[in-house]
Design a protein around this ligand. Sequence first.
Ligand SMILES: Nc1ncnc2c1ncn2[C@@H]1O[C@H](COP(=O)(O)OP(=O)(O)OP(=O)(O)O)[C@@H](O)[C@H]1O
Ligand SMILES: [Mg+2]
Length: 572
Amino acid sequence: MAASNLFALFPAQLVRKAIDKIKDLLDQYPQSSSTGKGILSEELSEAVLYFTLLVIAYAFIRGIFMYLMRQTIIVMSRHIEYDLKNEIFDHYQKLNQDFYRKNRIGDLMARISEDVSRVRMYVGPAVMYTINLVVTIILVLIVMFSVNVRLTWLVIMPLPILSFAIFKINNLINTKSDAIQSQLSVVTSFVQEAFSGIRIIKAFGSEQANQMSMEKETNLYREKQMSLAQVEAFFFPLMLFLTGLSSIITIYIGGLEVIAGRGSIGNIAEFIIYVNILVWPVTSLGYTSSLIQRAAASQARINEFLNTQPTMVTDSGKDFDFRNEITFENVSYTYEGKSISAIKNLSFTIARGSTFAILGTTGSGKSTLIQLFLRLFDPSEGNIRIDGQDLKEINLKNWKKSMGYVPQDIFLFSDTISNNIAFGVSQYGGNLGEDIRKAAKMAALHENIINFPNQYETKVGERGITLSGGQKQRVAIARAFIKDPEILVMDDCLSALDTSTEAQILKNMAEIKKNKTYLIVSHRVSSVKEADKILVLDEGKMVEFGTHDELIQLKGSYSDIYNKQIQEESSN
Ligand SMILES: Nc1ncnc2c1ncn2[C@@H]1O[C@H](COP(=O)(O)OP(=O)(O)OP(=O)(O)O)[C@@H](O)[C@H]1O
Ligand SMILES: [Mg+2]
């Protein structure tokens, strides 16, 4: 940076020398004599050519150093940006569910894009401009003072005022662009949600109301942009005016100095160049300091997330060996911000190799129980033990590896059917194609898939939009089957299927279930009655527990549900 700045200063001295030389020549050879004229024009063109070539050479050398400087600093800042993005994403993935319940997606996105790029602006341009600023100011001032102290003082006096004015205006610009930024994210979220929910919007015919909300938000955005444009419209002319003013002052004061015999005409030309070199770092001072302020704020926001520690660590923890039973001991769970517990004081045992069913009305806590079992979060009270060993002490990665889980709300990635099925196993390798087919057959999906033009390579669209509800469910089921898991967990995932498809899957599962522990959640008695144990939940509490026959004998809520569903079926 120093070298590149030096080569920006040399041309100024060359200009001084050139002008002084020309003046000398003019004084030396009076215009009147014709021989003098010939020699003059020859000497003049020689001098001008010489200085021009030197100036070009210096500019070239300066360019080389500038290239190296940007190559170092800007390229480095891109590397840092890359690292930071990956670090944040990696950390995001480790954080627990309660983190995702608390923070909005838009906010998470902003940290990884917006805030990271502001930090990059700091480690790149801001650092570069700051060093440049210091180096330029020191070098230029040294040179200027060495030429003419008085002139230097007079000429640099307006510069701090310029710098301060720009700093103030820059702050105003920043406040306004922050407001624009946050309004823009309101507009983006609005549009994003509108597109995700476009089917509902169309079905309810609410396009027009939606359009009005959109116009309201975009209008706010426009107003904020206009107000920024006004400030900027004022800012640039002001900057040009102030820099022009410095040049005029230089010429005027320099002229007085020359008249007083304290310098040459070449000095004025030289000083104009110096002042112009100084103006850029001085104006950029305001800009740079605001870059630094914003980067500090962004890094603080990033750190807030990076310092959030996951309460569950995936890789540490003991190995486990599931031989006999999984026990729930007085397990309770309350969602943050809710007064009523979703799960209240549950104790029961799941024997290895058995089928365990959970039945209950909607909102009774079935999915919560399943998620506790998977350890997506930990119980508020009580413990879950695998053969006496606390689930919290077990290596979470292995625990999840042993699990095949079909969630209630299915999520498919915008990828092919086969990749969606192989989602949990793709890292294991092996003959995937055959396994995918087998799993799809078990999930009664194969017949559907082979009728698609691209078969297993069919793209399912965002969130699986091109598939029917039942097809999506079966892709999710195949995704669990392909793992051939030790423990199979299905949360109400046969609900979108007709009875014959359901029966087909249940029949196929009889084979998979052998020697496997199987947890099933359902509203329907038909899918739970074969289970070894049935847990009936109501408002998070266990109301009945036993086999189908035992529960029927109790003549309690299970037998009520059973009788109602039998009646419904026979009336259908
Ligand atoms: N993420 C959450 N944050 C706060 N409360 C929640 C959350 N998820 C569920 N709840 C609440 O916890 C209770 C139990 O919900 P859960 O999803 O476990 O019910 P469920 O038995 O699976 O119901 P369904 O049969 O409708 O799927 C409900 O009252 C619900 O409002
Ligand atoms: Mg549920």
